[in-house]
Design a protein around this ligand. Sequence first.
Ligand code: FE2
Ligand code: FE2
Length: 210
Amino acid sequence: MDKEQRVKLIRRLEKELNYKRFIHTLGVAGTAAALAMRCGADMEKAELAGLLHDCAKCMSPEKMRTICIEARMPLSEPERNNPALLHSKAGRVLARMEYGVEDEEILNAIAWHTTGRPAMTLLEKIIFIADYIEPGRNAAQRLPEIRSAAFRDPDEALIMILSDTLRYLRVSGAAVDSMTQKTYDYYRSRVHAAAPYRTDGSAPEREENI
Ligand SMILES: [Fe+2]
Ligand SMILES: [Fe+2]
């Protein structure tokens, strides 16, 4: 993506997204680029995936479902019924069809940015983490620790985010997508340094719209 295409994309997103989502998007793109620099990943891909990760977020659930069905995108039951999950899969479809992204790594980073998945690529991890820690986020209790971990050990940050997300979903009575649990189990079994669920029974603060 050259300079002109980058400006064009940002201007387009400004029109397609509401103000809050647009500012969040810029935060995710910048944070993803910084994490890519830190981890030796492709900075341009990280920025582009960050810019597009929520490209479907401001669509109606009906529209999101329709574009997924038309693109034959497989959806789990929770994804079909929960816009907070559905927008990731719809975003993958939209990024390819409307924004012309062909790179599978970028498309998968968009598709899995809400739940994660076992054995994520580095780019998938970067977008998942950047979405949680971008500078506009302020509700999650462990944000300072998670932000610090993200630049020290992304897998540790990943586990902290998944752990807090699962806890938040359970305490708030929201449906837990099995992929979020699978992702947590996968990384928890590989990294032992991260903190497990809180033992004091408190729910971590968390912003609802990932
Ligand atoms: Fe999202
Ligand atoms: Fe997001």
